[in-house]
Design a protein around this ligand. Structure first.
Ligand SMILES: O=P(O)(O)OC[C@H]1O[C@H](OP(=O)(O)OP(=O)(O)O)[C@H](O)[C@@H]1O
Ligand SMILES: O=c1cc[nH]c(=O)[nH]1
Ligand SMILES: [Mg+2]
Length: 212
């Protein structure tokens, strides 16, 4: 498993504004999209391509196109939906599948309440979008789901992760070079309620309002 923290002043600045508890939902949504676009640039570095012939006004040349089957983008609802627009702006030909997962805040069990994905993911490169990697329970479930359907490799794009969540993913997929994680920030720790510290609070609530 490869973990990449994108070290760039634009990313660091946008994450700082996102963390601020006074940042409003409209600004939070805008920054989330902008951050995904910056992270997607790194996350798609190994997307499979084929050579194509291009005729410029001057000459024939060889260009690049995405290989088939086309990449699949999977936002994890709710909070991952806030990252979808930023990702599809950069990869407009990607297909999109949906996973609805929620963490029970008392037991930390993961409930999968919705799924709309192709039945067979054989040969697919999958990009999972979820802003927060806390205990890792959600991403472990999501990755299992995608590999069970036959996905070739899974790249998770997250804004903020806790070391505990990365350790959980490492324990499941440490030796697996099909799993890749791209982050804007690796934070300090989880608190007693398994929220990321310093984090940004509940990403779903900050994007869309209170869930309860
Ligand atoms: O690493 P974990 O401990 O599993 O926690 C991370 C999950 O928690 C948040 O979703 P949440 O369950 O709050 O659902 P929501 O997006 O509907 O708010 C977040 O978007 C992740 O999916
Ligand atoms: O800090 C956290 C942890 C889980 N989910 C969130 O949205 N935020
Ligand atoms: Mg939430």
């Amino acid at each position: 498993m490869r973990v990449q923290v994108v070290d760039h002043p634009l990313v660091a600045h946008k994450v700082s504004v996102l963390r601020d508890k006074n940042t409003t939902s409209p600004v939070f949504r805008q920054l989330t999209e902008e951050l995904v676009t910056l992270l997607a640039y790194e996350a798609t570095r190994e997307v499979r391509t084929v050579d194509v012939e291009v005729e410029t006004p001057v000459a024939l040349t060889t260009g690049t196109a995405f290989a088939k089957p086309t990449p699949l983008v999977v936002p994890i609802m709710r909070a991952g939906l806030g990252m979808l627009e930023g990702m599809t702006r950069l990869v407009p030909t990607a297909e999109v599948g949906f996973l609805g997962m929620a963490r029970n805040e008392e037991t930390l069990d993961i409930i999968t309440y919705a799924e709309r994905l192709p039945a067979d993911l054989t040969g697919r490169q999958v990009f999972v979008l979820d802003p927060m990697l806390a205990t890792g329970g959600t991403l472990v479930e999501a990755i299992k789901f995608l590999f069970d359907r036959g996905a070739d490799d899974v790249t998770c794009i997250c804004l903020i992760a806790a070391p505990e969540g990365i350790a959980r993913l490492e324990s499941e997929h440490g030796a697996d070079d099909r799993v890749h994680l791209v982050l804007a920030s690796l934070d300090e720790r989880l608190d007693e309620k398994s929220y990321i510290v310093p984090g940004l609070g509940d990403a779903g609530d900050r994007l869309y309002g209170l869930a309860h």
